[in-house]
Design a protein around this ligand. Structure first.
Ligand SMILES: [Zn+2]
Length: 298
């Protein structure tokens, strides 16, 4: 494990850590068209990507997430950038590192590859694994301290990403799933429980586990889910990064329901339920993170 990654784990033993908020919705405020490949902005508009990182650092985030959610060749391909994985991921990691310096840690962000693994879909595990490895290697080359595998629904895909991160040399790997309400309790889109999802990535060697996103989950749901995650985490630190409410269409623009104050008020409850890291996903802004910082760093 590199020095900064081991310092991160040490610090986590001393105090709860604060993640950042959404990247995609923040870039949309700066002009990114919804559905466009925001990852290209790490090269085309680096100053705007750094503006988002800077705002989160100023808000009190201890962890900055790279602008690489769709940074595999599988996702970049349809944007005509399947051959630019290394360039875009190295660039994004350098942008975050440049803002973070020694004041925050950089999480190299790895989102889903955008399809389904066989037998549910047609993607071959070895192809998806190779795509994750290519992305993780570039994120580490650019200066990421750890890899964050996030917004996962399929434990098999999450395991491929965690193993790819380790194979690429990551000493510290985070893995988080997206859950929704179901008649049988909280489940991923593919029907996996929190206990089964976490067991899969923990046995693959993930160090920090948890949940993010989840449009249909309220903050009260997230509090209950946090308790389930902590029970399933086998002593590993748990991270929760909810959405700022469900997206709503107002005057043709996507808005999120939770005010910064409402959103932040849930953070101490997540920590009381045993989470060690909190932050935000879609719709959360620097104001949401600053409000969280005021409560949990007081
Ligand atoms: Zn999200």
């Amino acid at each position: 494990m590199n020095l900064r990654a081991s310092l991160l784990l040490q610090e986590l033993g001393r105090r709860p850590l604060l993640g950042d908020g959404a990247t995609g919705t923040q870039l949309q405020l700066l002009g990114l068209a919804p559905g466009a490949g925001g990852e290209l902005w790490s090269v085309d508009h680096p100053e705007r990507v750094q503006q988002v990182h800077r705002a989160y650092l100023a808000a009190g985030a201890d962890l900055l997430t790279t602008n690489t959610f769709g940074g595999t060749s599988c996702v970049l391909g349809p944007h005509g950038a399947g051959g630019r994985v290394r360039e875009l991921n190295v660039a994004a990691a350098k942008l975050a590192r440049g803002v973070a310096g020694d004041r925050a840690w950089v999480l190299g962000d790895v989102g889903p590859f955008g399809g389904l693994l066989e037998p549910l879909g047609e993607a071959l595990p070895e192809d998806v694994a190779a795509a994750f490895r290519e992305q993780c290697a570039a994120l580490l080359e650019g200066g990421a301290d750890a890899i964050l595998v996030e917004t996962m629904s399929d434990p098999a895909e999450a395991v491929l990403a965690v193993e790819a991160a380790q194979a690429a040399g990551a000493g510290l790997v985070f893995a988080t799933f997206t859950f929704q309400r179901s008649p049988r309790g909280y489940r991923t889109m593919l029907g996996t429980s929190a206990a089964d999802a976490l067991a899969a990535v923990l046995s693959a060697g993930a160090d920090v586990v948890g949940a993010n996103c989840g449009t249909a989950l309220s903050l009260a749901d997230y509090e209950k889910l946090t308790a389930e995650l902590v029970a399933a985490a086998n002593g590993h630190p748990v991270i929760v990064q909810p959405n700022a409410g469900s997206p709503m269409l107002v005057d043709g623009k996507i808005c999120y329901a939770e005010s910064a104050a409402q959103f932040a008020a849930a953070a101490p409850r997540f920590l009381a339920a045993g989470a060690r890291l909190v932050g935000g996903c879609c719709g959360s802004t620097p104001a949401h993170i600053a409000a969280m910082a005021a409560l949990i760093k007081a």
